[in-house]
Design a protein around this ligand. Structure first.
Ligand code: C2E
Ligand code: CA
Ligand code: CA
Ligand code: CA
Length: 277
């Protein structure tokens, strides 16, 4: 109690959080209408020759007065409010449109990867939505990869799993994102329709500090070999992290050491005309 016999359920700090939440929600609705969202692209490269395997598409929000707001803050709010359905649809179309442009310019060995939220999996008929979008922009399925977090995978319905299966048969690749944070068991992993494992940055950050994490990374790497999955380490920032990941047999890396997420214009001016493979 506050000393006057009144129970305080909300602290002032919680009040601030609630205000920020509702403010961002309203502002996001406006941002959808006024096109204040954009996409940035970050390469995932092979540890041996640094060739680009795919680009991850990451949404950006440029607020007219607040500047850039992190997706780590606004995506969860968009998910709560189902605004993610509209935003996520826009992201998929724009990402595929961008990839189609690169593809037609000769970058046809590289994929585009799009993050799919659990809310989308629960509300959108996945197979039809993806195929209609690919058809709309003229992008072949083999140029697309979908990133789904480990925790969403665990909650996925049979319908979602069967849609993922169908998409894979057409050439779309599926990645488990933030691997290591969602407690999937080895047997579920063996049965999931998955091609790529993205190890959460947490493990990469800890690996040079705590030998236990190095051992965990090593066993994920071995698991990838056993199950014939491609392993990606996310958030590689330093040369020692890179050396360790390479030593452990991890296939690909993503991180500031290689490149930050960039605008399509910056990616395009670096890559078009170059022989990307
Ligand atoms: P994520 O899917 O795990 O994406 C990777 C995040 O790590 C990105 O943050 C990326 O910019 C960041 N990153 C990459 N390399 C490094 C590095 O070397 N150091 C550090 N410190 N960070 C690195 P970002 O863009 O801020 O996105 C945060 C999260 O927001 C994403 O995590 C994802 O969960 C969500 N998100 C971003 N874009 C989308 C989207 O288009 N759709 C959905 N549903 N979620 C998105
Ligand atoms: Ca991701
Ligand atoms: Ca992550
Ligand atoms: Ca190994």
């Amino acid at each position: 109690t506050d000393g006057r016999g009144i129970y305080r359920v909300y602290s002032p700090e919680m009040g601030n959080k609630m205000r920020r939440y509702h403010y961002l929600l309203e502002e996001m609705r406006l941002a959808m209408a006024s096109q204040n969202f954009s996409l940035s692209f970050q390469p995932i490269v092979d540890v041996h020759d640094f060739s680009i395997d795919y680009f991850e598409c990451l949404v950006r929000w440029h607020h007219p007065t607040e500047g850039s707001i992190s997706p780590a803050e606004f995506i969860p709010i968009a998910e709560d409010s189902n605004l993610i359905l509209e935003l996520g649809n826009w992201i998929l179309i724009e990402a595929c449109r961008q990839m189609a442009a690169w593809y037609n310019a000769g970058m046809n060995k590289v994929r585009m990867s799009v993050n799919i939220s659990g809310v989308q999996l629960a509300h959108v008929p996945l197979h039809d939505w993806i195929i209609e979008t690919l058809n709309k922009v003229g992008l072949p399925p083999k140029a697309l990869l979908l990133e789904i977090t480990e925790s969403c995978f665990i909650d996925a319905s049979e319908q979602v799993i069967s849609d993922l299966d169908k998409l894979r048969k057409l050439g779309v690749l599926i990645a488990i994102d933030d691997f290591g944070t969602g407690f999937s068991s080895l047997s579920t992993l063996a049965n999931l329709p998955v091609d790529v494992i993205k190890i959460d940055k947490l493990f990469i950050d800890q690996a040079n500090i705590n030998p236990k994490y190095e051992k965990i990374l090593n066993s994920i790497s071995d698991l990838g070999k056993t199950l014939d999955l491609k392993i990606v380490a996310e958030g590689v920032e330093t040369a020692p992290q890179f050396e360790l990941v390479k030593k452990l047999g991890i296939d690909c890396i993503q991180g500031y050491l290689i490149s930050r997420p960039e605008t399509s214009k910056d990616v395009g001016s670096k890559l078009i005309g170059q022989n990307v493979n």
